[in-house]
Design a protein around this ligand. Structure first.
Ligand SMILES: [Zn+2]
Length: 395
């Protein structure tokens, strides 16, 4: 029984151990230091554990330009999102190509080493246009990009220590671990569901449709850095535990967390999320409406169309596209605009704003919309939070 191969063919492992690790720790004392932000810390770990295979480090210029313009690395392998490490002019002055740089979390937790191959300047506006399809600073991904330093550092990395203070350690599994778990269970076709929202009936329906054609489901919520108005990861995890315990077969479902940061790059990030899950051992990936979107920057199904810009063999895994789903009173079942012929008045749909109003008032939404067990978790989380917050879009 073979699982899908990692992207690029080999699961990258840049975590050093034993004598090599000891030697790098010793050497790090005399190296220039960089203090990473949350996204860079999670990127570093995702590179090291192979979640970003075939990347072995932060992008050098040829790969960066190629990814930005063509959604492919310089050697042609599909890769839609620049994974970069930026520094200011001042920091760049002290760094020399061909030398090592020590990477830190906070002031004194050594994470690893960047073997600096290249430092180069880059065009942020161009990256915003091509990757985020907007140059507006109101877009959270663009805002983060504009706040970066003026230089990028490229080169392979070595991970010495894992990051401190991780959330949900019990649900953290590296790609090698999820792969081994799938093998133990005898799963070959595994479908991954990316989410940064609670699982309501519509999501449950999509996941179960996918599970009908797969051996197992990996519910893989993103718990890296998100916008401050997204639902906190603690609440979401509680809601997943509840819905899984009550409505999913435990032999066919695994909950594990994905520690990447959100970029909100919409379509490109959908492809990115898919390739990451391929590295975790998933053969299928669910793409819903407005995947990884924010505000009105992307069309509802742009994240579906972008997959047509790749040959199937370039991606390797199978994307599963889903329309808007809902409970239809005439069908007497969950359905979508693809499967239900009835008027929209028959559909039980609620806006995000309306759902939050209900939850804040302590009222359960209709059971056709949300499982009561899940709604109760959200009601508890909304207590003592009177003001309406901006709507979080997408999955
Ligand atoms: Zn219907």
């Amino acid at each position: 029984m073979r699982l899908i191969r990692p992207h690029g063919g080999t699961l990258i492992n840049r975590e050093v151990t034993g004598l090599e690790r000891e030697a790098l720790i010793q050497a790090s004392v005399d190296l220039p230091k960089l203090y990473l932000n949350n996204r860079e810390i999670s990127d570093l770990e995702l590179i090291a554990t192979g979640a970003f295979s075939p990347l072995e480090g932060f992008l050098c210029e040829a790969d960066y330009r190629s990814v930005r313009a063509n959604m492919r690395l310089a050697d042609g392998v599909a890769w839609p999102i620049p994974v970069t490490l930026s520094v200011t002019d001042e920091e760049a002055t002290g760094l020399r190509e061909g030398e090592d740089v020590a990477l830190y979390q906070g002031r004194d937790h050594l994470l690893g080493i960047l073997h600096l191959t290249e430092k180069y300047r880059y065009d942020k506006q161009r990256e915003a246009e091509l990757v985020y399809r907007t140059t507006e600073e109101a877009h959270p991904g663009v805002r983060a990009l504009y706040s970066q330093g003026e230089w990028l550092l490229g080169g392979r990395i070595s991970l010495i220590n894992r990051q401190l203070d991780v959330n949900f350690p019990a649900y953290r599994r590296d790609p090698a671990e999820t792969r081994s778990l799938f093998r133990q269970r005898g799963w070959r076709r595994v479908v991954a569901f990316q989410t940064r929202n609670p699982v309501h009936r519509a999501h449950e329906y999509i996941q179960k449709c996918a599970l009908e054609i797969a051996d197992g489901l990996l519910l893989h919520p993103l718990v890296g850095e998100t916008k401050s108005d997204d639902i906190p990861a603690e609440v979401r995890i509680k809601s997943y535990e509840t819905v899984l315990a009550n409505y999913y077969p435990s032999t066919r479902t695994i909950l594990s967390v994905m520690p990447a940061a959100m970029r909100y790059a919409g379509p490109r990030e959908a492809v990115f999320h898919a390739l990451i899950r391929k590295n975790y051992g998933c053969s299928h990936f669910i793409v819903g409406r407005d995947h990884a979107g924010v505000g009105n920057y992307y069309g509802t199904y742009d994240a579906h169309y972008i997959f047509d810009e790749f040959e199937p063999e370039e991606l390797g895994l199978t994307p599963l596209f889903f329309d808007h789903t809902f409970f239809c009173k005439s069908c007497g079942a969950m359905a979508s605009s693809k499967t239900c012929p009835h008027l929209s008045s028959e559909r039980v749909t609620l806006s995000g704003t309306r759902v939050r109003e209900l939850l804040r008032a302590g009222t359960l939404p209709p059971v056709e919309f949300s499982r009561p067990e899940v709604a109760k978790v959200l009601i508890d989380a909304h207590r003592g939070e009177p003001n309406e917050q901006p709507q979080a879009a997408g999955v």
